[in-house]
Design a protein around this ligand. Sequence first.
Ligand code: WTA
Length: 650
Amino acid sequence: MTSKSDIYPVPASYAAHSLLNEDGYIEMYNRSIQDPDAFWREQAQRIDWIEPFTQVKDVSFAKDDLHIRWFADGKLNVAANCLDRHLEKHADDTAILWVGDEPGTSREISYRELHRDVCRFANGLKSLGVNKGDVVTIYMPMVPEAAVAMLACARIGAVHSVVFAGFSPEALAGRMDDGQSRTLITANAGRRGGRSVMLKQNVDKAVALCRETTVENVVVFNYTDDTTDWNPAIDRDYAELVAAQSDDCPAEVMGAEDPLFILYTSGSTGKPKGVLHTSGGYITYASLTHEYVFDYRRGERYWCAADIGWITGHSYILYGPLANGATTVMYEGVPHYPDVTRVAQIIDDHQINILYIAPTAIRALMAEGDKPVAGASLESLRLLGTVGEPINPEAWKWYYRTFGRSQCPIVDTWWQTETGAAMLTPLPGATALKPGSATRPFFGVQPALVDNEGHILDGATEGNLVLLGSWPGQMRTVFGDHQRFAETYFSTFENMYFTGDGARRDEDGYYWITGRVDDVLNVSGHRMGTAELESALVAHEAVAEAAVVGYPHDIKGQGIYVYVTLNSGVEPSEDMRKALRDWLRAEIGPIATPDVIQWAPGLPKTRSGKIMRRILRKVAADECDQLGDTSTLADPGVVDHLVANRAAAT
Ligand code: WTA
């Protein structure tokens, strides 16, 4: 429980000058719940509709009749909402302020320029035969051309599928196959932390690995001096492709429910799912939340330090801010290059007003004491935000005191790839803050806590976090597998969307996310399914069986703890450990590198053969004195061995 001293009231300047104060929030929130149709009809007017919608929503969460439609008969183009409509009055405002990996490198791109680049590239895609509805995969570093590629797809009605550039060729091929994607946009290499990341090499391997699709075009942005192989049959040079194109590309008229993008994310079972977002509801919700959560005022420089390969990058580097005519900062590098003062340096150099960053980055900087802000002014900052994982109060307070100079509110935003944009969040002028709490629901969001039988719990309590009713930014389906959509999110509890998270609600109605209650890990803000890691491990010739769990990690939030049973005849060794680490990096990507590998001659199983993960989690967390009831184990001796050998593994 928080004590009173842990409440940070709304600063007077915010209460007076923000879009909303406390009463305003309550009034607007209540209206959004009492009359959602009227509320959303009104909010959707922030979007330029080519043809207005008549019906606001048509939704059923029933698992046999699952459908989610918003503004369905309206017509619009998302890219035109992010670009064209700003040209009349704000063409020369900076749309993207790009900050390069090397200190001193940056680029400002105006709305006029971005519009031109997007039109040219969109025409380029058309010239390659890309049509409305085609899935285009984007595997790009953090350069403005990545944003251009995404918006160009949106402009012509192609569906982008951005794959994080840290994923391996295997992972990239899997996503291309699933999306039946025949077009890929990449760069020869990217720059991060002073080094080149050889993206095109990965692409060449991925193209060879694709089984369900034939890649026809690989558009390569030659960004660095690094040389790459060139396959004239499919490789196209980005610069050549756009050079020949006209600046004029009419925006495709899209239905509100036409797909805008697919983004793959991990769940507790199976392969990553293609989360599908559509056009009208997504852009309405991304834009509305961006304005209210960040209390955004035109002209401000807003920096979301995520990667474009994750949903945070989609909604809060690209779509939300650009729909609002904001100046969005896109940073190519990492927070600690060339040293830990980099984030503060960027803020001072570019006079940034709003900083939105993951707790894992905050904790990594905090480990350096006050060095990350030493000598920095930071006076331009007026608001801070976090996203992606629970933030521990200690890190919150450090962030508040150092970057925030004890003056800037922190918006701790809870949401998911599936929700499209922020769901539980403070609003800077309206919400007193409690460190570690994502506080209260955004407009139209109806959170509830339920027990394992699905009964809704009242008052101050803890339970499974569900959402009752739809909101415009909600995912519409799992690409190509609507059944899986229903099973994953709507079958655990009837007529509710199950988030997979647990939460506590306090006596003020504030929500505190306690973390995933399913077998999903959150490692440095990256989502990973334990099943995905396990199936990659057992695919290794030396491995008989594997189980993966998370354990508390000071900086990453969760670390990856792997238990491996080797095939008989294979001896555990440091070389084998390294081989398995490398294997996971190659199969999934560096983010899947295990922190601990423990050799386990056997795994704790029930008599029916189910692995008892609860026990594995306790051993990993070094809570061997709290193993609980082990009487249902088939062979209790297995646990003794795990406990005895824990130290040797860590
Ligand atoms: C976790 C990222 C606590 C949560 C936008 C969720 C958080 C998962 C927060 C989604 C937060 C995200 N506090 N936990 N403010 N934000 N999470 O899909 O477990 O990459 O289910 O979306 O991250 O991760 P995803």
